[in-house]
Design a protein around this ligand. Structure first.
Ligand code: FUC
Length: 746
């Protein structure tokens, strides 16, 4: 195996836990390759396998609670407003949980194992293993193909050996072995097992009335296959090919997975037959062509430290120990890994990536491995357009479309408003209601607005008018909702009450989240209205919503600077400045206007200074995604050195066995997955976006090269970054100075 410093992860040991295993995927089917000699394991996921069934989840909540809370907040009774919301509004259904599909194992006997190597080749999308077991040389290679809808696994041995193939599934109800094939069928529960309850699995399996799945694998070998006792015994094989397909009954966010479900058994059968007919070589060739075509669109390097010969976990440990300067290739590797994860996790026709992308081994995953849209889902796609993978945002478009549909009833019933709204959590059923819980996260009607910024941004990147025309009704409905709930607050128009995820201020001895208005809320409303107006202008549309927007925009509550120079997070309007409960909170929501929005720029120097002050007061520490967001903030502030400092913090090695406590600070696991902790994939993508933001800025027509180049990145090159206006940019720099810049049509 030839390891490359910037395009390859490799290890000298098999993975003993999820955070060491290596991810493969085609958007739908996800695989975690643990490797291993005696008991080789590949963990499996399907992006449609979630708990739950469709439903509005309203649980009888109506708009009276919101209106009552609004009145209280307008009277300065902030705690009382929160109490009302928590008693009567934040009472809707909780979201569904993303589920694991199962595992496939290949066992062999081995006494003495030598020269074990395990790797992931990003450019090819291949996971490999090689070792010598009792003098026999074994090589394995696995891939998950987009074109052929299957996982394919090849095992070659220098002398014939015996193996056993088996499959397990935590939600499995039925496992059938027939000759060279295993079929596992199962069904997900209709509710989400509660995180951290010991019997989550048992309860889940008892209520098996939800999404069905069927996974099948077939063995092709020069040896002999005997299927019996739930396993396939493979005798005297020098070569083994395993093909695996899986399908669920998911037929759409509003289709019941049982009554209106797809025929997962027939679909997985057809895919398996097709894979068997194609054969490994053809599947492999097409797969490499597919992945490398996407991967090769961008190249980035800030130098080669000659570290290819070091295993990735050792590289990370050395980097963390302060020798980062000697391994600049790790920045490129982390950037390339993020691009790889997008290619593996989000393809046309798949679901949008959730908190763990598509990779999850638990029936009770952290935060249900859901769509958390008060930053996390959006961060998953922060840099996708900039690294020129626009096709990979199609799953996000389709999630937004489903949310726009379901969020109409939520807007009407919970607010008496037109348009649509989504609160802070969603799932495969396009959940939009405020989940049962605390107002500090649950009462937050801004998810719809934040998601919709992607629609306008995608248009700006691609300049595709047809796309804009298609998504305009969604943008208009997002705007309509805010137009309807804006209310008079001290001479301005604001959303009252408002919260700022997920921080509190302190009133007396109470923690309170609900103020008259918030900086983030208003930044999202402003952006939504402006985007809708601009889209209408581009499309030559002039409707009632455009007229209302024109009237409301000048009256929106502005951003404010506090006496100490920071940006105000909450607006109370009663002359008191309430202290923050957690001054170093991981969310820095008040800076939404700086990033991802572009309301705070060089054109607003006072707000730029306030943003910097805010960041200084927040401090650098944070969870994985929090560090990644701060990289992007400092890039927008043109402070490359500070952005790099945060990158180094993000590249801190987090041991998988360490307590998964978010207050320990974020970092990176041995498999380079972002550590919130626990594993949460948003930080991987926030890192990618951070690199792009540091290297090129494009607000309107003007392209600014290297707006936040850190001093340490003295020499470097980037090719193929996409910017607005459907253009690509190549840059080269030496001694910190730009030496070459090319801008060309995409
Ligand atoms: C929000 C964040 C947490 C975590 C969770 C999934 O609640 O505050 O840090 O990212 O979402």
């Amino acid at each position: 195996m030839h390891f490359l410093e910037q395009d390859c992860l490799w290890y000298q040991k098999e993975a003993v836990c999820f955070e060491e295993a290596l991810p493969l995927g085609n958007g739908k089917l996800g695989a975690m390759v643990y490797g291993g000699v005696r008991h080789a394991r590949i963990g499996l996921n399907h992006d449609e396998l979630w708990t739950g069934v469709p439903g509005d989840g309203l649980n009888g909540v109506d708009k009276s609670a919101y209106l009552e809370a609004q009145k209280l907040a307008l009277d300065g009774k902030f705690k009382e407003a929160q109490d009302v919301l928590e008693a009567k509004f934040c009472k809707c259904a909780r979201v569904a949980a993303y589920q694991p599909l199962g595992d496939v194992y290949l066992d062999m006997r081995a006494e003495v194992v030598e020269n074990y190597r395990r790797a992931l080749f990003l450019r090819e999308g291949l996971a490999t293993e090689e070792f010598v077991a009792d003098g026999v040389r074994v090589t394995r290679e696995s891939l998950v193909s987009y074109a052929d809808h299957c996982l394919a696994w090849r095992v070659s041995v220098s002398e014939a050996r015996d193996f056993t193939l088996s499959m397990t599934a935590p939600l499995g109800t039925d496992c059938a072995v027939d000759g060279n094939e295993i079929t596992v069928r199962g069904v997900a529960p209709t509710f989400s097992p509660v995180q951290n309850t010991r019997n989550a699995r048992d309860t889940a399996v008892k209520d098996a009335h939800g999404m069905r799945f069927c996974m099948r694998c077939a063995v092709v070998t020069d040896g002999e296959c005997v299927g019996a006792d739930g396993v396939i015994a493979i005798r005297g094989a020098k070569e083994i090919f395993v093909y695996l397909t899986a399908e669920t009954s998911f037929a759409g966010a509003n289709k019941h997975p049982v009554r209106e479900g797809k025929d997962e058994c027939a679909l997985s059968r057809a895919a398996l037959d097709a894979a068997l007919a194609r054969g490994y070589g053809a599947i492999r060739d097409a797969h490499i062509a597919d992945v490398s075509r996407l991967y090769d669109r961008v190249y980035f390097s800030v130098g080669d430290g000659g570290c290819a010969a070091l295993p990735t976990d050792e590289r990370l440990a050395r980097f963390d120990a302060g020798r980062g300067g000697a391994d600049p290739g790790l920045y490129a590797l982390m950037f390339n890994y993020g691009r790889y994860l997008t290619i593996a996790g989000s393809r046309e026709g798949s679901r949008a990536m959730n908190l763990q992308g598509i990779w999850n081994d638990k029936v009770d995953p952290p935060w249900s491995s859901n769509y958390t849209v008060n930053i996390n889902t959006e961060m998953n796609y922060y840099g996708t357009l900039a690294v020129n993978l626009p096709e990979m945002t199609e799953p996000l478009d389709s999630l937004i479309a489903a949310i726009a549909e379901n969020g109409k009833k939520t807007a009407e019933v919970l607010y008496g408003a037109r348009g649509f709204v989504c609160h802070h959590n969603s799932d495969v059923w396009a959940h939009t209601v405020p989940i049962e819980g605390l107002a500090v996260y649950s009462y937050w009607p801004f998810g719809s607005g934040w998601l919709c910024r992607h629609l306008m941004e995608k248009y700006e990147y691609l300049q595709d008018r047809d796309y804009l025309a298609r998504v305009y009704p969604i943008l208009r409905d997002a705007a309509r909702f805010y137009l309807d709930i804006l209310t008079d607050v001290d001479g301005y128009r604001a959303v009252c009450p408002s919260t700022s995820p997920e921080n509190y201020f302190v009133v007396g001895d109470a923690r309170v989240a609900t103020a008259k208005s918030t900086a983030m809320g208003m930044a999202i409303v402003r952006e939504t209205l402006e985007n809708c107006a601009r889209a209408a202008e581009i499309l030559g549309i002039s409707d009632d919503v455009c007229a209302e927007i024109e009237q409301e925009l000048p009256r929106l509550m502005p951003l404010r600077i506090l006496p100490d120079g920071r940006l105000e997070e909450w607006y109370w309007g009663d002359g008191i400045e309430y202290p923050e409960h957690e001054p170093h909170h991981r969310h820095t929501s008040q800076l939404y206007a700086l990033h991802p929005a572009r309301q705070i720029t060089e054109k607003t120097p006072d707000l730029m200074a306030a943003a910097r002050k805010t960041l200084e007061a927040r401090g650098d520490d944070g969870t994985g995604w929090s560090l990644a967001w701060k990289i992007n903030f400092f890039a927008r502030l043109c402070d490359g050195d500070h952005a790099l400092k945060l990158m180094k913090m993000q590249l801190k090695l987090v041991a998988p066995a360490a307590e998964k406590n978010m207050h320990n600070g974020g970092g990176t696991y041995p498999n380079l997955f972002d550590a919130h902790p626990p594993f949460q994939i948003d930080g991987n993508f926030g890192f990618v976006s951070g690199v792009c933001e540091m290297l090129v800025r494009c607000d309107g027509d003007e392209i600014v090269p290297l707006p936040a180049l850190p001093a340490e990145w003295r020499n470097g090159e980037v090719r193929g970054l996409r910017v607005k206006g459907n253009r690509l940019v190549d840059l080269k720099w030496t001694n910190g100075e730009l030496t070459d810049m090319k801008v060309y049509d995409a």
